[in-house]
Ligand binder design. Structure first.
Ligand SMILES: Cc1cc2nc3c(=O)[nH]c(=O)nc-3n(C[C@H](O)[C@H](O)[C@H](O)COP(=O)(O)O)c2cc1C
Length: 119
């Protein structure tokens, strides 16, 4: 019997394109795996239709560091998603100093019900 694949979703926020580039690398790696299936890959934007995202088991969220913080739109998007019992991991790109954003974004994900898989 074949085990069901982990359905992976990916959301990224990107201004110049660095985070988008890294998000594509993650997508490529998940796509190569036999135990995973990438079901959506979307840029975070104000009019992102959360209802159109497929059902996922694990979600990757990428963003750039802006002024030592996670961009507000990322938190706003997390708040719009039902994360109950879903795994989440985060990744960020930066110029020099991250300001330890994982310490704020991962607890925020957990408060939305996600299970943190790291960042
Ligand atoms: C307005 C602005 C603020 C930034 N603030 C920081 C910062 O506080 N710390 C840091 O390490 N990089 C900072 N950066 C650099 C970006 O995080 C970095 O270039 C990132 O890779 C950009 O990703 P993107 O191309 O996906 O937008 C900042 C860049 C911009 C444009």
């Amino acid at each position: 019997m074949r085990a069901s694949k982990t359905r992976v979703g990916s959301l990224y926020y990107s201004g110049v394109g660095n985070t988008e580039y890294i998000a594509h690398i993650f997508k490529g790696e998940f796509s190569k795996r036999r135990d995973c299936k990438v079901i959506f890959f979307e840029r975070i934007k104000r009019d992102l239709d959360i209802g159109l995202l497929g059902k996922f088991d694990a979600l990757g969220i990428g963003f750039p560091i802006c002024f030592r913080r996670t961009p507000a739109i990322v938190f706003e998007t997390i708040d719009r998603i039902d994360g109950s019992s879903k795994k989440v991991f985060t990744f960020c790109t930066k110029g020099m100093y991250s300001g330890n954003v994982s310490r704020s974004v991962l607890p925020h994900c957990q408060s939305a019900g996600f299970i943190s898989a790291g960042g």
